[in-house]
Design a protein around this ligand. Sequence first.
Ligand code: 5RP
Length: 219
Amino acid sequence: MNQDGLKAAVARAALAYVQPGSVVGVGTGSTVDHFIDALATMQDRIEGAVSSSLASTRRLRGHGIPVYDPSTVESLPVYIDGADEIDLRGCMIKGGGAALTREKIVADLAERFICIADESKHVATLGTFPLPVEVIAMAVAQVTRRFAALGGTAVLRSGVTTDNGHPLLDVHGLAIADPQAMELEINQWPGVVTVGIFARHRAQVCLLGTVTGVQTLVF
Ligand code: 5RP
């Protein structure tokens, strides 16, 4: 099975985590696109969704699934989203699709984060995938210098602004041995909107697509 087939398999497996009658937290990306298509097959059994991006909102509404504003929802039973990397404790790098800020906001509403990913995303240490960081435009050079001091090379993602209208940096060369500490540290830097380390909001479950089937990792 190719990578897209693995993504489709974990997306279908995630339906088992959707509670009947609930509002579902929905992430962003190609794996989540498969999940949204799968969710459409049970849309008469859910109330609707809260979405983490304009792209996912469009796809959900295209299937006729109601999308609620996060400010109208106090909590969600589950948030289902992909990852760029996930480590052995469920900490993740996210933001490859530029949706990290809204993803963290919706994940924060949820009781459980269910990560859906193909096996190429499973790593011992985060940091091979360049770390996405959403920043306020006037702080780009300043934040870039701070990453250089940590040994990282921050590159402005060309031609991309987030759904919130901000630029993104992709930081190469960081070995993220302590995701919690690094997330906390970078969050303190003036001008940083969101760092794509999801340690505080790590996954409780990962459905990992492998050539031998979907593995369930519980953290
Ligand atoms: C978007 C994300 C995605 O979850 C991440 O990039 C994985 O995407 P894909 O499912 O396309 O591999 O964080 O901001």
